[in-house]
Design a protein around this ligand. Sequence first.
Ligand code: SF4
Length: 413
Amino acid sequence: MNDTRRKGGLSAHRRMTRQVRVGDVTIGGGAPVSVQSMTTTKTADVEGTLAQIYELAAAGADIVRCTCNEEAAAEGLAQIVPRSPVPIVADVHFHYEMALAAIVAGVDGLRINPGNLRKAHEVRIVASEAKDRGLPIRVGVNAGSLHPDLMKRYGGATAEALVESARIELELLGEVGFEDVKISVKASSVPLMIDAYRLAAETFDNPLHLGVTEAGPPPEGIVKGTAGIGTLLAEGIGDTIRYSLTADPVEEARAGRTLLESLRLRERKNVDLVACPSCGRAEVDVIEIAKAAREELGKRSIPLQVAVMGCVVNGPGEAREADLGIAAGRHRGHLFIKGRIVKVVKEDEMVEALVDEAEKLMAEGIEARLAVADAGAEEAAAEDRRSLVGEQGADPNQTGHRVELIRKSTRQD
Ligand code: SF4
């Protein structure tokens, strides 16, 4: 068994990078992987942008990026930054003056794109100003906007071309002694993005900002983002992440947070709902109950693993690792804590009972709640289990019968 498995998480084999600070968030060098997102409002709309930043922070974003594309945006940033609950990074394309204006506005970091901020002396001016203020810069290379010379030299936006673009920019920043650099080499193609980040991880010791760019709307966008970002994180690569979704950016922050919590790279903040996929044994509409439970538990800060299972035959056993769960019996729900049935409730009270018990578990702890378990609950569950197995048999999906039919149809007589 390797080290990672023994320690039960991915944190153990993270690639070591130098550290960069964006406001009060540390990136790289073993710091927790951070979640980023970007506002979709006009940055000049101070109140609208701040409202979105607060929503993003509540959904799990550690850092928020805002575009700084015009003078009015820079003026907006000057009012947004002091009132923001999280550090603000200015996103700058084409105009180095906008980077300078964002620095004056007090942002916590800059993102520049080497593909469209091309004049070396302009980049040097930005780097000198950022250095004086102690601000980090992300060199955000993007396959879709790679410098034409590199496109020509490499015959397209290859992994090598993306990394070379970052290397050239690093060198340029280094000319004025600027070293607080994060790097991203994003592409909308997942395999290309994975190759580019792997190469970047071998080439640089700077922290890497991961993302699959222009991933599209959910669910496909989330799947693509997770395929790329998750693969790299599992290899120990990546210090900060952003999902690029064509959706309310709150979805990006939620997806980022959920990915990191699932990989145990960040401490759980909210509920981890596990639910069975349902099958022929299900005694209730598992999908509806799971949805209602997620909505209710999501409104509260309950960092527990909570299970919703469609039947008592397999439910409590399959979800025995969950802190809390509910399984459907014969027109009633069986509430269980760490696999032990503690209460039987009416079917239409399942969600309410689950939420109520989750709150009590948070307040009193597992041992205290197990100590007040209903005396007859285990026996009631055993009775439902016996009755359901008796009625449906051990094979409610008639798998044995189907296998026999398939055998018959393929038999060579
Ligand atoms: S056996 Fe029960 S718990 Fe498992 S999928 Fe079917 S309904 Fe859900």
